[in-house]
Design a protein around this ligand. Structure first.
Ligand SMILES: Cc1cc2nc3c(=O)[nH]c(=O)nc-3n(C[C@H](O)[C@H](O)[C@H](O)COP(=O)(O)OP(=O)(O)OC[C@H]3O[C@@H](n4cnc5c(N)ncnc54)[C@H](O)[C@@H]3O)c2cc1C
Length: 298
């Protein structure tokens, strides 16, 4: 390990040994990673990934940690955080951005250029890379509507590649990257439409107000726990089964929105898993609907 740390030091990328992952997750859950790296540009990100590949170190790439539950045991290997790779370039109706750009910054930049299409993303607390990986969406929009291509680095082959934003790349809360975790998104191109700046701004504000009114933003969480089952809303099913407030350890079904689990203090990954199992069993027994997890256990 000491040898490895020396090599990481010479890489010239910001890093931290024994990094508590809870610090980097919106759920505030997770043990320590052996090492965490924080590249500051796409070039640094590529250099970091290529170095870790050569050293045969297990790698986990994380954006803003807003859709994940890290293991209580942490991660044996290197966790690379993309959040400092934040370059955005706009040319006409095309937006070119690094994987680490926050969606709110991206939609604000688009609004400033009177470009419409990313209003839905304002308020989703993730990065562009995480949002493409998850095909994040809200209020009728999703990344698949705007992402025309993404560049990736393949940790298995060491080659670069491009995925196009067609039906083969995306489905509901799914992308090709979930089947290929070795492909690390470096940047993406989005195609937007010319719009009216005031209208775009108002729509973003309305979505934000709606989030504040309906979501438990005052407590650590990882967004909607379950995917929307066809013909239903997960939150409504859970509420109708009387599960609001159900608690395991420090994990609780939110009183404000039953589709969210909140960390009311000291929740562990195991607490969340056990609570999810209870919810799934009860909802299946009472309604016949199988709830599938949207949040990712890592
Ligand atoms: C309060 C709240 C509200 C939310 N609302 C919504 C919503 O309305 N709609 C919605 O869809 N989601 C929502 N989410 C969930 C989450 O914000 C989104 O899924 C977001 O897109 C995740 O981005 P991230 O950067 O945080 O990804 P992370 O949580 O960091 O990672 C998610 C997954 O993507 C992978 N990943 C991340 N970056 C890369 C990369 N560069 N290359 C390859 N793989 C990568 C990770 O390994 C992980 O498996 C919400 C979450 C919270 C806490």
């Amino acid at each position: 390990m000491e040898q490895l740390m020396k090599k990481i030091y010479t890489l010239g990328v910001e890093w931290e040994q024994n990094c508590p992952l809870s610090k980097h997750s919106s759920f505030r859950i997770g043990g320590a990673a052996d090492v965490a790296l924080f590249p500051k540009s796409s070039d640094e990100l590529c250099k970091t990934l290529s170095f870790l590949r050569e050293q045969e170190i297990p790698v986990l790439v994380i954006g803003n940690g807003s859709n994940v539950v890290f293991s209580d045991a942490g991660y044996r290997g290197a966790v690379v955080f993309t959040g400092k790779c934040r370059n955005i370039k706009i040319e006409n109706d095309l937006v070119f951005a690094d994987a680490g750009v926050l969606l709110s910054a991206l939609s604000s930049a688009a609004r400033d250029e009177s470009l419409s299409g990313l209003e839905f993303a304002f308020g989703i607390p993730g990065t562009l890379g995480g949002a493409i990986f998850m095909n994040a969406g809200a209020y009728g929009g999703s990344m698949s509507d705007v992402c025309i291509s993404s560049w990736y680095y393949d940790l298995e082959t060491g080659h670069f590649g491009e995925s196009f934003g067609d039906a083969q790349c995306f489905d509901y809360r799914k992308s090709v990257y979930q089947e290929h975790p070795e492909r690390i998104i470096l940047s993406a191109t989005l195609k937007l439409k010319k719009g009216n700046r005031k209208t775009i701004s108002e729509e973003m504000r309305a979505y934000w107000d709606k989030r504040r009114a309906t979501q438990p933003l005052d407590l650590p969480n990882a967004g909607s726990v379950f995917k929307r089952p066809e013909g239903h809303f997960a939150g409504k099913l859970i509420e109708d089964c009387g599960l609001k407030g159900l608690t395991v350890g420090g994990a609780q079904v939110s009183q404000k929105h039953a589709g969210f689990i909140v960390n009311i203090g000291g929740a562990t990954c195991e607490d969340v898993k056990r609570l999810i199992e209870k919810i799934q069993t009860t909802v299946l027994q009472q309604t016949g609907v199988k709830l599938e997890c949207e949040i990712r256990f890592l």
